[in-house]
Design a protein around this ligand. Structure first.
Ligand code: ATP
Length: 197
């Protein structure tokens, strides 16, 4: 028997539009677990996570007893080995948070939004995966306008993320979030499909 709610993963590279699309799903009444936000919360509040990050990355990333996320981000996005180490510290906590969150849900399906569905290996536990695609230049421009990040910083993040072509074969649905077509009708159409699963 299929276990409800269905777990639908939503992923895509930086600036592809995951959060924007999650908001559209939310406006349709679908609950969204934002993995990246839970990851940030773990860095800010979870004492075990803070201790492990401190041990792994040293004094440079601590400011007034807290993790300095900007410094940490600079380190990990220049070094994929360090990025993996950081993710290995954070992922188990986010998995626990998701399981707790999911256990209280009763809808037809829920969305698990994550930039790292594949890197965290959590895609195995999902019923279907949506990939958000957008041209790389458009993603860079969108992030450049949204964040206080330089173009080279955005490029190094993109370089360290999995490529769309490598993820594609594991995905069930693709949303093209380009400038040429309206986004909301595509999400509504996909929502209808998911409600019929
Ligand atoms: P990240 O991986 O950094 O969390 P993301 O994939 O969640 O990024 P969003 O934050 O949803 O991406 O989108 C990046 C920026 O582009 C945001 O400022 C958002 O408002 C804008 N944006 C996304 N999609 C569109 C669109 N279809 N039209 C106009 N602006 C868009």
């Amino acid at each position: 028997m299929i276990k409800r709610p269905l777990k639908i993963g939503l992923t895509g590279g930086i600036g592809s539009g995951k959060t924007t699309i999650s908001h559209i799903f939310q406006s349709l009444g679908i609950e969204v677990f934002n993995s990246d936000q839970y990851g940030k919360k773990a860095i800010e509040e979870n004492k075990t996570v803070i201790k492990k990050i401190h041990q792994e990355f040293g004094e440079d990333i601590i400011t007034n007893g807290h993790i300095n996320k900007k410094n940490l981000s600079k380190i990990v996005f220049q070094d994929i080995t360090k990025l993996r180490k950081l993710n290995n510290i954070i992922h188990p906590i986010v998995i626990q948070d998701f399981n707790k969150w999911y256990s209280k849900k009763t809808n037809h399906y829920i969305i698990k939004e994550s930039a790292l569905l594949f890197e965290s290996k959590t895609f195995h536990n999902l019923d279907a995966i949506i990939l958000i695609k957008a041209p790389v230049e458009l993603r860079i421009n969108r992030v450049y306008q949204r964040d206080n990040r330089s173009r080279s910083e955005i490029l190094s993040i993109i370089k360290n993320q999995l490529k769309t072509k490598d993820i594609k074969e594991h995905t069930d649905y693709i949303i093209n979030n380009n400038e040429k077509t309206l986004l909301t009708p595509k999400v509504i159409q996909l929502h209808k499909q998911l409600m019929n699963l």
